[in-house]
Design a binder for this molecule. Structure first.
Ligand SMILES: NC(=O)c1ccc[n+]([C@@H]2O[C@H](COP(=O)([O-])OP(=O)(O)OC[C@H]3O[C@@H](n4cnc5c(N)ncnc54)[C@H](OP(=O)(O)O)[C@@H]3O)[C@@H](O)[C@H]2O)c1
Length: 344
């Protein structure tokens, strides 16, 4: 099976032969972002080892059908809470992309994100891995009520931990703690670390199961949400996120945080875009806060990734292809206009 949706514009590389000898491992390979990171790495000539808690599960089957997978992809069983399984997965690897994490507000899963990250960094150091790319989240960056509305959101920003906890955004707490843990442990163990910080990630799915951020759009189109919040959010295309991971890996001088945000829009504008692209779905046009002043999009900087050569995909294209993909995979019904009848 070849996907209709392309990964990199620049899939052929001048040093492809050298990369074919390099083994890299991607944790959480079968998830939404993990699958695109695997695809991008295969297209660029790497030998890739992907981890999953159950590699034989049919939810990971799409990985084996990616271009180059037959020759250069192997899947192995690893749980981030099982250090031994991680050491086995990282054996002989030059680099590790630590993408795996629960995407959930469940308090029981916070330790999986944090201790899982500690285990990954230490297992990587134990096995002589040179470089780690960690997938953080803009949930670790933007949730700060004290930030001035005029401030530019950039790599120096952190969410307010207590605010996240009080507002039950435990996913943001988990990603903050996981990112800090990755940074501290990598420094202690002398590992090179680059952190990619994606915002709400959109675009076509390679996997069959519906992930959290794709569902963010699906539930509006299905009419499940009766109104939308008076809120702004940042979005980015999943292919840009995957390219960002590989770019920071390949640049030997890339270190620290890289904010991966394509655009910031008010939810009303997201819904208008969806309505314009797919007018026959029953997406709501009602704001929860009707009558109150609209929240204003904040400014942000994605310059660090742009400086490495990343070009960001327009949100409209990401949304369009995300919805077409969800239709193809059966997560959204195909809805056409009811033809007007000439005679009644
Ligand atoms: N999607 C977004 O909007 C977004 C935005 C910013 C950051 N992120 C970050 O990007 C990463 C991937 O997110 P996603 O959207 O691709 O989510 P996803 O599709 O739900 O994938 C999550 C992955 O994590 C793995 N995982 C969960 N618990 C694990 C454990 N105990 N041991 C090993 N693997 C485990 C899952 O693997 P199994 O197959 O074993 O279940 C799955 O492959 C996460 O770190 C998330 O925080 C996502």
């Amino acid at each position: 099976m070849s996907s209709n949706f392309e990964a990199s514009n620049n899939s052929s590389s001048s040093n492809g032969e050298e990369k074919k000898r390099q083994v890299v491992c991607v944790t959480g390979a079968g998830g939404f972002i993990g699958s695109w990171v695997v695809k991008e790495l295969l297209l660029r000539g790497y030998r890739v080892r992907g981890t999953a808690r159950d590699p034989a599960d049919s939810k990971n089957a799409h990985l084996l059908e990616l271009e180059g997978a037959e020759e250069r992809l192997s899947l192995c069983r690893a749980d981030v809470l099982d250090a031994g399984s991680l050491r086995a997965a990282f054996s002989g690897c030059d680099g590790v992309f630590h993408v795996a994490s629960p995407v959930s507000n469940d308090p029981d899963l916070v330790p999986v994100a944090v201790e899982g990250t500690r285990n990954v960094i230490n297992a990587a150091a134990d096995m002589g891995v040179r470089r780690v790319v960690f997938t953080s989240s803009y949930g670790a960056v933007h949730m700060n009520p004290s930030r001035s509305p005029d401030a530019v959101l950039d790599e120096s920003c952190w969410s307010d931990y207590e605010f996240c906890k009080q507002t039950d955004n435990l996913y943001c707490c988990a990603k903050m703690m996981a990112e800090m843990t990755a940074t501290e442990e990598a420094e202690k163990r002398g590992l090179e670390l680059a952190v990619v910080i994606p915002s709400m990630t959109m675009g076509p799915m390679l996997q069959q199961t519906l992930n959290f951020s794709s569902n963010h759009v699906a539930r509006y189109l299905m009419g499940t949400k009766r109104s939308y919040p008076n809120a702004v959010a940042a979005y980015v295309d999943v292919r840009d996120v995957a390219r960002g991971h590989v770019l920071v890996y390949e640049r030997p001088d890339a270190r620290g945080r890289y904010l991966c945000i394509g655009t910031v829009v008010h939810r009303a504008d997201l819904l208008r875009m969806l309505k314009d692209l797919f007018p026959y779905y029953p997406a709501t046009a009602k704001c929860e806060d009707d009558g109150k002043p609209m929240a204003k999009p904040y400014r942000f900087s994605n310059q660090r990734l742009k400086d490495l050569g990343l070009e960001f995909t327009p949100l409209r294209k990401s949304l369009h292809e995300a919805v077409l993909c969800m239709q193809q995979k059966g997560h959204l019904p195909l809805i056409y206009p009811v033809p007007k009848r000439a005679y009644l």
